[in-house]
Design a protein around this ligand. Structure first.
Ligand code: GDP
Ligand code: MG
Length: 466
């Protein structure tokens, strides 16, 4: 994933300060140049890049800083703050109301990812327990209804559409009426696109919109056009009043940073981002969490949501272990089995950051290996409350397990290290004490993973509340 590269480059620039004995102007400039080059490569607009540089320079005046101040940390925090600014639209995003019909109409150019994103959003709310449905009001593109139907069926989401009706307005109206009468909470209307912003498209959107009176219109934008998103977002904003934006395809394109910052610059509220073709490659957009994740600082709020989604209530023993921070190898094994795509989850743990597809595959392979190793453990090892200690007291166990699993002893060691890391974070986190979690996650363990986890900026600590 290209965002992963951007994150790595910025993290490496920020880290260059860590080894310096004296922080001087030259060092600061070099670091800023590295950050700015990485941003420009991601197609962030030159003016925005320059603004970031100027703002950091005016926040950090080295000769005026008293000795004894932690200059490295202050510089790193200043950069972080500016990066958040860069992607922050600074407006409150729309949220649906529980217990009410929320009609959401999707619009956007052909191929921008509307149909895919409709399904992703429906799936997102459905998993959170909302009564959700989909309507296909695209009669322009051949096969549009089949595409939506297929997505909806796979995710078990009720849908509405027609093979014979040619008027999208009629389908949209009928679908919305039907689902409203059945008390659906999230009613998503997918519409057709055109290759460019044509008058006929805008006219059709206006008619559909008049017919269904949406509570929110979502504009779907493809990140691959980079900073050109700005003019598209502006044109759209001129036509439609209350609106949200979803930026898709942030996984595959070198211009993702440019797209996000360009949309943010128009003050259009970005509500979600799409990060892949899979229905699960979708996340709420919060500028601070996004930047933290980009730099491998973890997304604690996302992690919390993800853990909640695992429906651990159904597994009382596992839940109890997690709450009390008493995760065992056995509960970790069960957790791995429950978790689904592992990469998604790990991105939220401090020290990892955005992952490339390759990276995700490597991690899946690694996960399988971990599970093979756990398969070779005996019940005592699986259920021990402090398994790393057990193994360090009796190192013969490592050899025995390695032999049984057909792996190297270093592989077993690695699993034990990860166990402390993940187990520690999950347990303490579930107990609600995030600060303790940060302490628990020893930066020495995390360092080799390349994140900026050791960095704590006070203004970065409070998560946005909406
Ligand atoms: P529509 O014409 O606006 O309805 O666009 P579609 O939903 O049909 O999507 C067009 C293509 O983009 C499809 O091949 C999707 O799989 C792909 N796509 C949509 N969102 C994403 C995303 O976030 N990442 C990637 N890599 N592909 C996406
Ligand atoms: Mg479509």
């Amino acid at each position: 994933m290209v965002l992963a590269n951007l994150g790595k480059k910025i993290t490496s620039a920020l880290r260059s300060l860590n080894n310096a004995i004296v922080i001087n102007e030259e060092l600061l400039n070099n670091m800023l140049t590295e950050v700015c080059t990485a941003l420009s490569e991601a197609d962030v607009n030159t003016t925005l890049v320059k603004r970031l540089r100027d703002n950091v320079k005016s926040a950090i005046v080295l000769e005026e800083m008293a000795s004894g101040l932690n200059k490295k940390k202050m510089i790193q925090c200043a950069v972080l703050k500016e990066l958040v600014q860069l992607v922050d639209p600074g407006v409150n995003a729309w949220n649906p109301t529980k217990g009410k019909n929320n009609v959401i109409m999707f619009v956007g150019l052909q191929g921008s990812g509307k149909t895919t994103t409709c399904s992703k959003m429906a799936y997102f709310y459905q998993r959170k327990g909302w009564k959700t449905c989909l309507i296909c009001a695209d009669t322009y593109r051949a096969g549009a209804f089949d595409q939506l139907k297929q997505n909806a069926t796979k995710a078990r989401i009720p849908f509405y559409g027609s093979y014979s009706e040619v008027d999208p307005v009629v389908i949209a109206r009928e679908g919305v009426e039907r689902f409203k009468s059945e008390n659906f909470e999230i009613i998503i209307v997918d519409t057709s696109g055109r290759h460019k912003q044509e008058e006929s498209l805008l006219e059709e959107m206006l008619q559909v919109s008049n017919a269904v009176q949406p509570d929110n219109i979502v504009y779907v934008m493809d990140a691959s056009i980079g900073q050109a998103c700005e003019s598209q977002a502006k044109a759209f904003k001129d036509k439609v009043d209350v609106a949200s934006v979803i930026v898709t395809k942030l996984d595959g394109h070198a211009k993702g940073g440019g797209a996000l910052s360009a949309v943010a610059a128009t003050k259009s509220p970005i509500i979600f981002i799409g990060t892949g073709e899979h229905i699960d490659d979708f996340e709420p957009f919060k500028s601070q969490a996004f930047i933290k994740k980009l730099l491998g600082m973890g997304d604690i709020e996302g992690l919390f949501n993800k853990i909640n989604e695992l429906k651990l209530e159904d597994n009382e023993e596992l839940m109890n272990n997690l709450i009390h921070g008493q995760i065992t190898m056995r509960s970790m094994y069960e957790l791995f089995q429950n978790m689904g795509p592992f990469g998604h989850f790990m991105q939220m743990v401090p020290g990892f950051g955005f992952m490339s597809k390759q990276n995700e595959q490597d991690i899946s392979a690694k996960l399988k290996k971990h599970m093979t190793i756990m398969d070779s453990m005996n019940d005592q090892e699986l259920d021990d409350k402090d398994v790393p200690k057990l193994f360090s007291k009796e190192p013969n166990r490592i050899q025995r397990v390695a032999r049984g699993a057909g792996v190297a002893t270093s592989d077993v060691q690695e699993l034990l290290t990860k166990f402390s890391l993940i187990g520690g974070s999950m347990g303490l986190f579930k107990g609600g004490n995030m600060n303790q979690m940060f302490k628990m996650m020893d930066p020495r363990n995390l360092n080799h993973m390349g994140g900026m986890d050791g960095l704590r900026c006070d203004e970065m600590q409070s998560e946005d509340v909406d």
